[in-house]
Ligand binder design. Sequence first.
Ligand code: NAD
Length: 716
Amino acid sequence: MLNYSVDAEGIATVEFDYPDKSQNILNAKSMGAYAETMQKALADPAVKGIVVASAKKDFIAGGDLAELGAAIDAAAFHASISDWHKLMRAIELGGKPVAAALNGTTLGGGLEIALGCHYRVAADNPKARFGFPEVTLGLLPGAGGTQRVPRLVGMMAAAPLLMEGKRIKAAEAQKIGMIHAVVKVGDERTAARQWVADTLAAGTKPLQPWDAKGFKIPGGGPNTPNGMQMLMAANAMLREKTYDNYPAPRHILSCVYEGLSTNIDTGLAIEARYFTNLVMSPVSKNMIRSLFFGMNEANKLASRPAGVPPQKYTKIGMLGAGMMGAGIAMSTATAGIDIVLLDTTQEAADKGKDYARKQWNKQAQRGRMTPEAMEALLARIHPTASYADLAGCELVIEAVFEKREIKADVTRKTEAVIAPDAIFASNTSTLPITGLAEASVRPANFIGLHFFSPAEKMPLVEIIVGKATSDATLARSMDYVRAIGKTPIVVNDSRGFYTSRVFGTYVSEGMALLEEGVPPALIDKAGLIAGMPVGPLALADEVSIELVHKIAQQTRADLGKACVERAADRVAAKMVADLGRLGRKSGAGFYDYPADGPKHLWPGLAEQFPLRVGADGTAMLSLDEIVERLILVQSVETVRCLEEKVLRAPIDADVGAILGWGYPPFRGGPIGWLHTLGLTQAVATLDRLAERHGARFAPPKILRDMAARGERFYPA
Ligand code: NAD
């Protein structure tokens, strides 16, 4: 856990060396070992000074999230954090010089340990990053980070580190004053030791700046005009950005404001309380579960069928060089894989490559890519109109027009050229995979790879398994998704699969609210307050109301009498068929898009969908009820997907929602949110909503049964 040695001059080296892991992490065990070792060194008269170092390639990767995620005893947690603060203060005030030798990346609690030393020297390691990722998982740097960083570098420089989780390189950390020196890789321990020896020789008492007489916070504390202005602006900006859905950044601001208004010891006590509050909050549990563990599992391909040898890709085919095809080509080329980009004409195919050139050019101009690197990437994209060029592709993905006949045609033409074991994938957003596979002569090799727009940026791929898709095809497709650095979730075939189906309910619910006479401005604001990135009506405009209308027509044609007309279908029909307002692409939807100014709600909505207000003139539904509907309509549809086995696991639903359509991470995901409410409470709320607003809210049987049996989707 820790290696400890003392040299002839009485300088001790405390070296983190977490057993059986490539990284040092901080948990009860390693922190306990550090506390014990440091206390021993401080108490030993033979030890004059201390160097803290790491035996791994990095210093410390941060706290153990499994332990934080599982912590449920607030009093015990608070006590252990307070003990930790006492230890850090004992080190700072112990009279012995302590220096940290930071050989590599130093994050979270690791950086806090370093900040609790009198001196910090970092190796000039280009891969090393310094920062506090806590806020991105609903936490705060609770081992003194919120108190020591702003006291060292000032509130202004501390803000992006603490509030956004920004990671910086050694040179920048030195520039803002977070570390003292940067030295050649391999020299950091010698430099740290030298500082300890020099301090001992000089006979000066080592002190942190905040313990020295006359200490002033760089740039001014919270109660100076500068500080007040900064905090006021930060508060307002935070509120505007997050609608106060994320307690972590708010608590960080409170720690800074309250903690820096007093001395460091009281500041640390304040931080310990806010930290405990966050660790116990459902928000951090949700974010840790979905954004960390869920995402890691997905990226490690935990659900990849066993026994299929891993597939390496060298050549991929892309049919359709439109918006999606060009984006997928970019992601594939970036992964170092050659891609044949096919369209109906050479000109159309070239247009797809031009799109890639334009996007990469922007990056090159911003200095994020050299012109040579860009050319190398472009050289991997081979535009063509000839199917013969697809020979040798291990996988071909189609993103041609959303028409069954066209997709069937390109499937046949492709299969005539590619090897018998090559995979054919469709990027369809709505057509069931099993149906599309009917055009294939080897449906076992046919699969859905559903990308999101813009495909070169969006991190999720929804993999759709058709009736005939083999495990080997699934496993090999998952290898491709990982090869291009995206996160896969696996779902079974169904209308709209998982993501489009559930995401669609959010848009539809917004349209239903409009039909009910709820003010459109309130509907879209409620979406933002719920934590969604865009309001449902604005989103309908983005994806196009025409698409909503087309899908409704297609569903009616496919299902016949079994199709239940929804409020959203009526609203879409009216907007598209009667009013010719198709959405953003036609410059007119729920919003108007004037050429010379920002978009605004179309005033005609008031006439088409008259407001209904109560006797007292206020809206019929409260904001809370609207938010509740917009959120729970997604949860209940997700449970239906689980019940129908469209989804294979709850965590896929949560990861897919967050990465796929920007579902608010603080809720954990559509299932995470039911877990947060508690299933008994969730069923009661859904029953109430179903009674008032219709069967779409009715809790599915599996949810009712789980609630009745006291079961949960996730551990408590
Ligand atoms: P697009 O219109 O931008 O591009 C389609 C391209 O396919 C065009 O370049 C067209 O020339 C080409 N094409 C048409 N018929 C062809 C044929 N027979 N052979 C070769 N090329 C042909 O459309 P898009 O937005 O890129 O969507 C393509 C597919 O991806 C659709 O199935 C769509 O449902 C799906 N999808 C779209 C999105 C999205 O947000 N746009 C998201 C996920 C999935």
